[in-house]
Write a protein of this length. Structure first.
Ligand code: NAI
Length: 392
């Protein structure tokens, strides 16, 4: 990864949301600094303008580029010679569409948190607009940046698992087994249907599990049958959901999203089975991928295993055995996006190994999935179409 060091970061970056009290802001700041592609130069960091201005100061942002709100930021940045190239949007779900749309319309490239919007129509509109304005957008499915997830995707693409038959994916933690929404801003909006988009754990964690499944298999989900419950007294939205999945090339799947799985710490795991082999990955042990080929002893692939594909091998930052993890996965997404954007800005062809960052289309698939799950759960778990495009 040494070729990723730049003495002067080539991309100016602005941030919307991600303020002092935010959960995910710091992960984005760590990700953008890691490989020195980006410099954070501007922000509208908080819904509370004063809190945002103070936080901007503490981050070392200039006062004339710490904005009271994102509209002022778009206007002022558009007028600058040294305007930002990219904006990261990490605000509550219902605000994503308007904020992203405003920046895309002004010609800025966007890294947008998931779920990218609260309706499929809005997600498709962002895709259309990004094409029209010729801007690059990513959706922040950061877990897809783990080297072993890239390895799993490359193994499926190379046919090492054979035909994919069964996919079991889950993101089930126990952090919301009490009414956390009563004393946390972040948990409160996640349980407000108007802000979250009508689901809690399916949107919050389930879409990550879905993205890993589709990213690794290269297959979208055509239909879902969902069942969701709220176990914590007074909670409006679901804190647990089971979803059956039918994939576009015939695989059968299952997704579990939960916030009440006591004993699960972070709980993101995936198992994929094919006609030739099975694989298994757990985010709490991210540098190992269990590979079980038919008729052979299962083996654990590590970051320095000779079997690693170039897509995964290039992400090794330190000698294998050092625990690399969550922040590096986020950085890998940020850095791949930077490489593709820099190639675009200079009219060059990007390195194909960088083309694995999650796109706006990936984000839109997540939103369509959520809408389909809500419809299914509201109709006693019947099968519901979750295709974003007819061709799927
Ligand atoms: P949070 O509630 O902890 O923080 C939200 C931040 O945005 C706060 O600083 C708030 O003041 C600010 N904000 C709200 N409205 C704003 C506006 N209109 N303009 C400027 N700032 C505004 O929320 P959290 O947990 O950081 O989540 C933010 C987004 O990131 C959500 O969409 C969530 O789904 C996503 N997320 C993604 C994760 C991932 O792994 N990719 C993990 C956690 C959250």
């Amino acid at each position: 990864m040494s070729d990723r060091f730049h003495k002067n970061p080539p991309l100016r970056y602005g941030m919307v949301g991600g303020g002092a009290t935010s959960q995910i802001g710091d992960s984005h700041r760590a990700a953008l600094r890691r490989d020195s592609y980006y410099e954070l130069v501007a922000g509208a960091l908080d819904i509370d303008a004063e809190r945002g201005l103070q936080f901007g100061k503490s981050l070392g942002l200039k006062s004339d580029r710490t904005y009271q709100d994102y509209q002022l930021m778009v206007q002022a940045e558009s007028d600058r010679e040294d305007k930002i190239h990219v904006v990261g949007v990490m605000t509550p779900n219902s605000t994503h569409y308007e904020i992203a749309k405003t920046f895309i319309e002004a010609g800025f490239h966007v890294i947008l948190e998931k779920p990218i919007t609260t309706t499929t129509d809005d997600a498709l509109d962002l895709i259309r607009l990004a094409k029209e304005k010729n801007v690059l957008c990513a959706s922040m499915y950061g877990y897809s940046g783990y080297p072993m997830i890239r390895q799993a995707r490359a193994m499926v693409a190379a046919g090492e698992l054979g035909d994919i038959t069964v996919v079991q994916t889950e993101f089930a933690h126990g952090n919301c087994v009490t009414a956390v929404e009563k004393h946390s801003e972040g948990a409160a909006w996640r349980n407000d249907p108007k802000v979250s988009g009508g689901t809690f754990v399916l949107a919050d964690v389930g879409t990550h599990a879905l993205h890993l499944a589709t990213f690794i298999t290269g297959q979208q989900v055509r239909e879902v049958a969902a069942d969701r419950q709220s176990f914590v007294s007074g909670r409006v939205l679901e804190d647990n959901a089971h979803v059956l999945l039918r994939f576009e090339k015939g695989a059968a799947g299952y997704l579990w999203a939960s916030g009440i799985a006591v004993g699960h710490r972070h709980g993101l795991s995936i198992r994929i089975y094919g006609s030739l082999a099975g694989i298994e990955w757990h985010q709490e042990h991210p540098n190992q991928l269990l590979f079980s080929p038919l008729g052979q002893t299962p083996k654990i692939l590590e970051l320095d295993s000779p079997e690693l594909h170039p897509f995964a091998k290039r992400l090794l930052r330190v000698m294998a055995g050092h625990p690399e993890g969550y922040f590096e996965a986020f950085s890998n997404v940020y850095s791949d996006f930077a490489e593709v954007l820099l190639a675009k800005l200079s009219g060059e062809t990007p390195d194909p190994l960088c083309l694995n960052y999650p796109t706006l289309e990936d984000g839109a698939h997540g939103v369509k999935f959520l809408e389909a799950c809500i419809e299914s759960a509201d109709n006693n778990g019947c099968w519901v179409n979750s295709k974003l495009y007819d061709s799927e």
